[in-house]
Design a protein around this ligand. Structure first.
Ligand code: FES
Ligand SMILES: [Fe+2]
Length: 293
């Protein structure tokens, strides 16, 4: 694993940070306003998302360009974050403290642009598959005037609308991947070959996704040869069915950027298991079939 380089100041700032939410601090901050959003997911997915620091530069690429973890635990996480091109300074130090029983979390920028901004989020269940998040923005000091305050609030609300649009897709994708996994776990492999299609009809530039009783797989061409790989990432079940192949012959998962060798299925970073072994790909009379293994 790469070691994260922090400057001496960044290190001492990080060490001085508490690992629990100090609710009394709010009294010293300026409450700017909030952003309220209903989401068609359950609290489990939402809390998982709050702890998931690693998705920031991948799922929210327009807001974050990189993330390096400083520390994490049941209390939350602390990280050095790269801001996208055009931002006045390139890094922020940020932490996200969680009170998981209360479904409450606070993110605080403690170095870099926006230092001192605290964002408090309360998630509440509406019904089985719907929650509401109330995102409250606190600034270290009141803006100079009403117009300034309105502009900052509108900007924050817009930014959070985008972040939650992106998170909603991620959380819905994750929930449906969990449901699929449950269904596939109960499925028995088919005893017959499953037709993918006639080679003459299969577009070599497309990814052909096939769902079997035991999983979802992608049939595609690489360097002129047809091959098959799992459509599901082994980290947190991210979708690999639109993943382009890089020049090292790897697939990249869109959720946390893990790479998988297309031929062996191994994770290049050695952070998670290899991809599920795909069925055998068979050519017979000009047709491609998958033979469950
Ligand atoms: S789900 Fe995390 S890298 Fe694929
Ligand atoms: Fe997110």
């Amino acid at each position: 694993m790469e070691t994260l380089m922090l400057t001496g100041t960044e290190q001492s700032l990080s060490e001085a940070r508490p690992n629990s939410i100090d609710f009394d601090r709010i009294a010293n901050l300026h409450y700017l306003g909030n952003y309220v959003r209903r989401l068609p997911i359950n609290l489990a997915r939402m809390m998982e998302n709050a702890y998931d620091w690693e998705h920031l530069p991948y799922v929210h690429a327009s807001s974050f360009s990189s993330i390096d973890l400083i520390d994490s635990g049941a209390w939350g996480w602390r990280a050095k974050i790269g801001l996208p091109d055009g931002a006045p300074a390139s890094h922020q130090l940020l932490d996200l403290l969680v009170e998981s029983d209360r479904h409450y979390w606070v993110s605080t920028v403690y170095s870099g642009p926006g230092t001192g901004i605290e964002i408090h989020t309360q998630a509440t269940t509406i019904d089985e598959d719907e929650i509401e998040v109330d995102v409250r923005f606190y600034l270290p000091e009141a803006p100079e005037n009403e117009t300034g305050a309105e502009m900052i609030l509108a900007y924050m609300q817009q930014q959070y609308a985008t972040l939650y649009d992106e998170d909603q897709d991620l959380m819905l994708g994750r929930q449906s991947a969990l449901n699929d996994r449950q269904r596939w776990g109960a499925g028995a492999p088919s005893s017959k070959d499953v037709l993918v299609g006639a080679i003459a009809d299969l577009d070599p530039d497309e990814i052909h996704t096939v769902e079997l009783e035991t999983g979802r797989f992608c049939v595609r061409q690489y360097q002129g040869e047809w091959l098959v790989h799992s459509a599901v990432c082994t980290h947190l079940l991210g979708p690999l069915d639109a993943s382009q192949i890089n020049d090292k012959g790897e697939l990249t998962c869109p959720w946390h950027g893990y790479h998988f060798d297309l031929r062996t299925g191994e994770n290049s970073e050695r952070k998670c298991r290899a991809l599920v072994k795909p069925p055998e790909l068979i050519e017979r009379s000009g047709q491609l079939y998958l033979r469950p293994v």
